[in-house]
Ligand binder design. Structure first.
Ligand code: NDP
Ligand code: GDR
Length: 324
């Protein structure tokens, strides 16, 4: 039985990836952080699967990574753990770099030091392109605009360095935004769809947002974790962009989400500059042709369908909350 070790298993992508790997017959080991309340709601439904094993650790704690890698002896490692919020990274730059950049280095070195024949996936991001205009692909210039983006760029290069220096099967997936009903509530898509459901139910009046002009390429998270897995099944390690190839503004996403509930976004969205960033990434639209050619991967679900799918899921949550 193949063993996978997943950091970030309690997050949006980690939860979908854990499902996928269990479906494919893997034994799945996940890294979880200690918190005063258990923070595992996205993977609670997998709790009874005897092939799922959770271990305490942290990307900022190199000793825990060394010990876990030696104990698990994974065939595949997926490094999805990160301080993943761009705006928050401006408030916690040191912690962001330690987790995202040095954390990746710690994990790669733990694998290297254990002399494991292990494949490694790094969760790289379109934020590394930053101010480089779209369309962005694997050859585009990196110009990150936040502590988050620059920490991920260091992790990206460290991954390539371990591949080149030690011949490790280490790959970076450069993923554009991908969302789902499991998206964290302070990312813009989920913030909007959750607000739409609450406004429709009459328990909220409006939502406050920052920059509505930003353009993003939003895809559907379950499709993207399939792409991660495919990257590790190739004969040779390489880096790939995953994206839909279609860009929309935050305003477009808002309009689609509110319209799905028969509401006008203009009546319920207020501007709040505290949600703007010190430096914005204006437009990210990816070109995933390399992944299409080599992995047979293509995004099926596009942003406006995603907005409706997420509103429907949040409506379900509101209705359960109200006992309906
Ligand atoms: P989430 O924010 O939903 O999940 C992040 C995960 O990382 C959580 O499990 C979190 O644990 C864990 N984590 C945070 N800090 C640490 C730490 N110090 N040590 C160990 N684990 C930690 O992110 P997503 O699932 O959306 O994204 C997965 C990865 O992909 C991230 O690395 C992100 O930066 C990257 N990415 C995401 C994209 C997207 O659009 N979703 C696009 C491109 C890249 P806890 O639950 O305890 O907080
Ligand atoms: P992003 O996602 O920064 O692209 O990073 P986010 O949803 O936070 O922002 C997208 C765009 O929306 C604008 N925006 C707001 N954003 C938030 N969070 N809250 C608001 O109220 C708001 N109003 C407008 C932002 O300015 C931005 O332009 C995500 C994360 O998942 C990263 O980890 C990942 O690497 C990238 O996607 C690709």
């Amino acid at each position: 039985m193949k063993r996978a070790f997943v950091t970030g298993i309690t997050g949006q992508d980690g939860s979908y990836l854990a499902e996928l790997l269990l479906e494919k017959g893997y034994e799945v080991h996940g890294l979880v952080r200690r918190s005063s309340l258990l923070n595992r709601s996205r993977i609670d439904h997998l709790h009874d699967d005897a092939r799922l094993h959770l271990h305490y650790g942290d990307l900022t704690d190199g000793v825990s990574l060394v010990n876990l890698v030696r104990m698990i002896e994974p065939h595949e490692v997926y490094n999805l753990g990160a301080m993943s919020h761009v705006k928050v990274s401006f408030e916690m730059p040191d912690y962001t770099a330690s987790t995202n950049a040095i954390g990746t280095l710690r994990l790669l070195e733990a694998i290297h030091a254990a002399r494991l024949e292990c494949r490694f996936y790094q969760a790289s991001t379109s934020e590394m392109f930053g101010s480089t205009p779209p369309p962005q692909d694997e050859q585009s210039t990196f110009h990150p605009r936040s502590p988050y983006g620059s920490s991920k760029l260091q992790a990206h290069w460290v991954t390539i360095n371990y591949r080149e220096a030690y011949g490790m099967f280490a790959v970076s997936g450069i993923l554009f935004n991908h969302e789902s009903p499991r998206r964290g509530e302070n990312f813009v898509t989920r913030k909007i769809t959750k607000a739409v459901a609450a406004i429709e139910a009459g328990i909220q009046d409006h939502v406050e947002l920052g920059n509505l002009d930003a353009v993003r390429d939003w895809g559907y998270a379950p499709e993207y974790v399939e792409g991660m897995w495919r990257m590790l099944q190739q004969d040779e390690p390489d880096d790939y962009v995953l994206a839909t190839g279609v860009g929309h503004t935050v305003r477009d996403f808002c309009a689609a989400a509110f319209e799905h509930a028969g509401l006008r976004w203009e009546d319920h969205v207020k501007h709040n500059e505290s949600f703007e960033r010190p430096a914005e990434v204006d437009a990210l639209i990816g070109n995933a042709s390399k992944a299409h050619g080599a992995l047979g991967w293509r995004a099926e679900t596009h942003a406006l369908d995603l907005a409706r799918l997420m509103v429907d899921a949040d409506r379900g949550d509101v209705s359960r909350l109200l006992g309906g």
